[in-house]
Write a protein that binds this ligand. Structure first.
Ligand SMILES: [Mn+2]
Length: 342
C-alpha cells in the first residue's frame, strides 16, 4: 500500500500528536457512517497512544448507526452545549474529521471558534478551509474519511494494535460512503484495506445488514409511496426529483435517518444521471436538498450554484430557505441549466 503522507507530513503529525494530551475528535453535523466510523476509529487509535480523548459531534447520528461498537462514548453538542464547550476549551488538539469547513458544525461552530486548541483536518471533501488549521490531511479522491484514517493509522504503525471494533467502524464508513462499494471505490488499494480489516475478524455481511437491512415497515412503505406517487422525471428521464413534506413524513411516522438512501433509488432507472430529493426539515423552516449522480455529472457544482451547498462530484447536499413549491421550481431551473451535461 502506498504511503499516505510524505516524511515531512508524517513527522509533523507525529509531533502534533506527541504534544497533545487532551484531544477532541469531531465530525460534521448530521453525522453519517463515515463521520461516526472515522471518529471512533481515530479516537481508539489516540487512546491507544495514552491520550485523553473525547468524541463530540454537533448532533446525534441516525438510529441505524447505534449498533456501531463504541458509539456510546460519543457525546453531542446539541442539548449538552455547556458541557461540550467546556470539553472543547480544555483540549490541546481538535481533530476535525469528514468535513472541510467549520460551518458544517453549525450550532457548534461558535464553541469551536472560542477554543485555543490546535486544529487538524482529516477529510476527503474538496477545498478544505485552511484558516486557523495547523495541519490538513486532505485527500478528495479517496472513498471516505475512514479510508484516510485507516491509511494514517497504518502508516503510523498502529495497525497491529487495531481492535475488531475499530476495524468494524472503518469498514462501515468505507461501505456507507461508497453505497456498499458501488461508486467512488475503484482504487484497488481499497480492497487491500478491506482484506486487512477482515483479518481483524470483522463480519462484513452483518455490517451490511446492520446498515442497509433495518427498515421499519413504515420506512419501506415510505419508499413505495415516494417512488409511486412523488417521483417526477425530467430531461428525457435523465433527471428525477421528488419532494417530501412534513405532513407526509408524519403519515409514515418518519424518524431521523428514514430519508437515508431514498435519493439513490431513482438512479436505478436506465440512463438516469441525476436524482434530487427535496425534503422539508422537521425542525427548521428550510428545505433540505440531496443530490446524487452517476458518471461525471457534477452534483457539487449544481449544489453550490442552486442549493447553497456543495459536496462530492456524485453526492452533494444543500438547503433552501423557502417553501417546497419554490424549491421544486429551483430544482427544475437547475436541471434546465445543466441539461447539456445530462
Ligand atoms: Mn465522508
Amino acid at each position: 500500500m502506498k504511503d499516505l503522507l510524505n516524511h515531512r507530513e508524517l513527522f509533523q503529525l507525529m509531533q502534533i500528536l506527541r504534544e497533545s494530551q487532551r484531544i477532541v475528535v469531531t465530525a460534521h453535523r448530521g453525522p453519517d457512517g463515515d463521520a461516526v466510523g472515522s471518529s471512533l476509529a481515530w479516537a481508539a487509535y489516540l487512546k491507544g497512544l495514552g491520550k485523553k480523548v473525547d468524541v463530540i459531534l454537533p448532533t446525534p447520528f441516525p438510529d441505524f448507526l447505534r449498533w456501531m461498537p463504541g458509539a456510546h462514548i460519543i457525546r453531542f453538542h446539541l442539548n449538552h452545549e455547556a458541557e461540550a464547550a467546556a470539553t472543547l476549551k480544555e483540549a490541546n488538539l481538535i481533530c476535525c474529521l469528514d468535513f472541510n469547513t467549520l460551518s458544517r458544525l453549525q450550532e457548534m461552530e461558535g464553541a469551536m471558534k472560542q477554543t485555543k486548541a490546535r486544529r487538524i483536518i482529516i477529510d476527503h471533501h474538496p477545498d478544505p478551509d485552511q484558516d486557523g488549521v495547523e495541519m490538513v490531511v486532505s485527500f478528495p479522491k479517496m472513498s471516505s474519511t475512514c479510508e484516510i484514517v485507516f491509511r494514517l493509522i497504518h502508516q503510523l504503525g498502529g495497525f497491529e494494535g487495531m481492535t475488531a471494533a475499530a476495524a468494524t467502524c472503518l469498514y462501515t464508513g468505507m461501505m456507507t460512503d461508497t453505497g456498499g462499494f458501488t461508486y467512488n471505490s475503484a482504487d484497488p488499494e481499497i480492497y487491500e484495506i478491506i482484506a486487512l480489516l477482515l483479518t481483524k475478524g470483522i463480519d462484513k455481511d452483518k455490517i451490511y445488514r446492520n446498515v442497509f437491512h433495518v427498515f421499519s415497515t413504515d420506512r419501506i412503505r415510505l419508499t413505495g409511496y415516494v417512488l409511486y406517487e412523488k417521483l417526477q422525471f425530467f430531461a428525457k428521464n435523465k433527471a428525477a426529483v421528488f419532494t417530501l413534506t412534513r405532513e407526509e413524513m408524519k403519515r409514515f411516522h418518519f424518524i431521523r435517518g428514514d430519508a437515508e438512501g431514498l435519493v439513490n433509488m431513482p438512479l436505478q432507472v436506465k440512463g438516469m444521471k441525476l436524482s434530487i430529493s427535496l425534503r422539508e426539515d422537521t425542525e427548521r423552516d428550510v428545505v433540505r436538498v440531496s443530490l446524487r449522480s452517476v458518471d461525471d455529472f457534477p452534483c457539487n457544482r449544481m449544489a453550490e450554484e442552486f442549493f447553497n451547498g456543495g459536496g462530492h462530484l456524485n453526492a452533494s447536499g444543500g438547503e433552501l430557505p423557502f417553501p417546497l413549491e419554490e424549491a421544486e421550481k429551483t430544482a427544475q431551473r437547475a436541471i434546465e441549466a445543466y441539461q447539456h451535461l445530462l
